[in-house]
Design a protein around this ligand. Structure first.
Ligand SMILES: Nc1ncnc2c1ncn2[C@@H]1O[C@H](COP(=O)(O)OP(=O)(O)OP(=O)(O)O)[C@@H](O)[C@H]1O
Length: 266
């Protein structure tokens, strides 16, 4: 298989407004991407196109070798995992389930059918819980977990079906520094399993070593897309975030500082 994702001249319009404009983007094998941009810049719209929930108004999209318009979307979605930070109705419905049952249910999640749980499924869930360092939560009900633990269990669940592409939508929002690092630690395990990562965030400091590339969106347009060291520059980030910022690298991880003049503007 060649490209993981290919967008050619993709636009998406709604109610006369161009929400994504002329997006050219390709994600290749062994690349892991972050998507950055202010609120309303088009990140969710872009993801909805990747997962086939929205169809572009113009342009061509291919995901995991499937050209949209000529592919079976439910089958494609089975190869894509998605974890969002919002504790929505779905995660509330898990409240009374145990951690191991939630992870096992990931196998059937995208199919939406109940199938019998095999010995292999149980073993796979066990090994995921061990490799993601979640063993200590076994037997606990979801509602009793901290926010950080809930996010990590949902990531384990998403990995149960061996997705080729895993989309994490702001997985660290609302977490304290320790819980955030615990979630970020999982990136190592995710990329080991031939799983490609799309990581959506507002915080560049979450771009850990495993994330190789970044796509920066502003008002529905790509400001830059490429290897993270090339695109996470002071100028490009200031343009993306509409405010003067500077970036500092520590052990291959970027940190953002807001420049004084930007604070004075408000
Ligand atoms: N279905 C829709 N109909 C009309 N406008 C929409 C629709 N979906 C998104 N928009 C608009 O498109 C723009 C981009 O929204 P989108 O949710 O993709 O941004 P985002 O970068 O994900 O924002 P956030 O960081 O706040 O989640 C916004 O102005 C939003 O109001």
């Amino acid at each position: 298989m060649g490209e993981i994702i290919s967008f050619k001249a993709v636009s998406w319009r709604r109610n006369g407004q161009e929400i994504l404009s002329n997006i050219h983007w390709s994600m290749e094998q062994d690349e892991h991407w972050a998507i950055l941009g202010l609120n309303g810049s088009g990140k969710t719209s872009l993801l909805n196109i990747v997962t086939g929930y929205q169809f572009p108004t113009a342009g061509e999209v291919a995901v995991l070798g499937n050209v949209f318009g000529k592919t079976n979307l439910p089958e494609l979605r089975r190869e894509i995992g998605f974890v969002s930070s919002s504790l929505d109705r779905f995660s509330n419905s898990l409240n009374h389930e145990t951690v191991e049952d939630i992870v096992i249910s990931g196998k059937f999640a995208s199919i939406g059918l109940y199938e019998e749980v095999s010995v292999e499924d149980v073993e796979k869930a066990e090994s995921l819980l061990t490799s993601l360092r979640l063993d200590y939560l076994k037997g606990k009900h979801f509602r009793l977990l901290s926010q950080g633990e809930k996010r990590r269990v949902l990531i384990a669940r998403a990995l149960m079906s061996n997705p080729k592409l895993l989309i994490l939508d702001e997985p660290c929002t609302g977490l304290d520094v320790l819980s955030r690092e615990e979630v970020l630690f999982l990136m190592k395990e995710i990329v080991k399993n031939n799983c490609h990562l799309i990581y959506v965030t507002h915080h560049i400091e979450e771009l850990v070593e495993e994330i190789t590339h970044a796509l920066l969106l502003r008002d529905g347009r790509i400001i830059a897309a490429g290897p993270k060291r090339e695109v996470l520059t002071d100028d490009i980030l200031s343009e993306t975030f509409k405010t003067p910022v500077s970036v500092r690298w520590e052990e291959n991880r970027p940190w953002l500082a807001v420049k004084k003049e930007s604070i004075l503007r408000f």
